[in-house]
Design a protein around this ligand. Structure first.
Ligand code: UD1
Length: 364
């Protein structure tokens, strides 16, 4: 019976690549189920190609919709898939709707679940991802943890300690593995960016869904663009709202299509600062040493603040904090890496999974 990886959205692809490789190296039988939550070529296919991910065994094509409609399509499609494939274990990643749906279906079919990136908490239940994280961890037999404080969060929620394993961060495995390919000069030339620029990404519902809030944010981004060119690859979610708010009206704002993994990380590596509301980018900037201004009231990744380059900013703080970052007079950043963000998370996860399957199989 195969280990089935369920992948749905862009960040899932980046986290799964090193896990799938490490399991393949251990001779595991595997299958990849793509839910189709992300479906645009630039949101999905390019990641499979660049990261050397195996072609999905199936794509469920669930597409977009309200949370209920999308989750319902995920549940129905995944139930059929798990029933016909009888997985030995289902591995889910991160905090997207595909993650909770797969964990829920597997649990009801009494298939064990492993959750990669378990235990992160923003304690902000207005974020759909926080709902997904909490519920997924309750349903998981293996909680694979990227950051030490996450173990405590799981314990506080009654998850038995023996389920939690601190394994490091597979997104950082992918980053370190591809580091040599992040050619900033090539990407800058291709995108027409000057030597000093700010890279921005914004896609959280709280920032881009409401036109008045998006317009306010665009005003502050224009303030940043008064200081330095701003390159912003636009996620399809916020595209219409941000453009309606006049995002591209400033001559130094470069509105871009979503970038592939290699070009995107090359652009991040060369940036003087990053402005974002993404989760993964808080981690990637920490390892690349690029100042990161996170436009959110909270983060489920506090280790990127204590051990990295991240800082939470309000809308009003965005321009002054960007100025500090651009002038390089940011207070000294800790020269420490979060523990186990060393490029070996994939192999550690594979070891935990293989051991679990050995014990689980023996107990049945
Ligand atoms: C999802 C995740 C979010 C993650 C993000 C990464 C959930 C609840 N949210 O947000 O945590 O940070 O992915 O990118 O799962 N769309 C397209 N093409 C695509 C995909 C989406 O045009 O390939 C557009 C559609 O208009 C869609 C909207 O984006 O309605 C939102 O897509 P959805 O998958 O619901 O969530 P994301 O905002 O992408």
């Amino acid at each position: 019976a195969p280990i089935v990886h369920v992948l749905g959205a862009r960040p899932n692809f980046v986290k799964a690549a090193p896990v799938i490789d490490a399991l393949a190296a251990r001779g595991a039988e595997q299958a990849v189920v793509h839910t189709g939550q992300h479906y645009d070529e630039r949101m999905s296919e390019i990641f499979f190609t660049e990261l050397g991910l195996p072609e999905p065994d199936v794509n469920l094509g669930v597409g977009s919709g309200s949370h209920a409609a999308q989750t319902a399509a995920l549940l129905t499609g995944l139930e059929q898939e798990f029933t016909s494939r009888s997985p030995a274990l289902v591995i889910v990643y991160g905090d997207v709707n595909s993650t909770i749906a797969a964990a829920l279906v597997a649990a009801k079919l009494q298939i064990p679940v492993a959750h990669v990136e378990a235990g992160l908490r923003s304690f902000d239940m207005t974020m759909p991802e926080e709902v997904n994280r909490r519920l997924t961890d309750q349903l998981s037999d293996l909680c694979l943890v990227t950051s030490p404080e996450a173990v405590g969060h799981l314990a506080n929620e009654g998850v038995p300690v023996e389920r939690a394993h601190l394994v490091g961060n597979p997104m950082i495995d992918t980053l370190l593995r591809n580091l040599d390919a992040f050619d900033t000069g090539r990407v800058r030339a291709g995108l027409g960016l000057p030597a000093r620029y700010v890279l921005a990404t914004l896609h959280r519902p709280a920032n881009v869904d409401a036109p008045d809030i998006a317009a306010e944010l665009v005003g502050h981004l224009h303030g940043v663009a008064d200081l330095a060119d701003v390159a912003i690859p636009v996620h399809p979610r916020g595209r219409a709202t941000l453009l309606a708010a006049g995002l591209d009206a400033h001559p130094r704002v470069h509105v871009l299509e979503p970038l592939g993994y290699i070009d995107f990380l090359a652009a991040v590596r060369g940036a003087a600062a990053v402005v974002t509301d993404s989760g993964g980018l808080q981690e990637e900037t920490t390892i690349l040493g690029v100042p990161c201004l996170t436009v959110r009231p909270n983060t489920e990744r506090p280790i990127t603040i204590t051990h990295g380059t991240n800082r939470l900013v309000t809308f009003e703080e965005l321009v002054p904090e960007a100025r500090k970052a651009l002038e390089g007079d940011d207070p000294a950043r800790a020269e420490r890496r979060p523990p186990l963000w060393d490029g070996q998370a994939g192999p550690r996860i594979a070891d935990v999974v293989m051991e679990f399957l050995g014990e689980y199989g023996a107990a049945r």
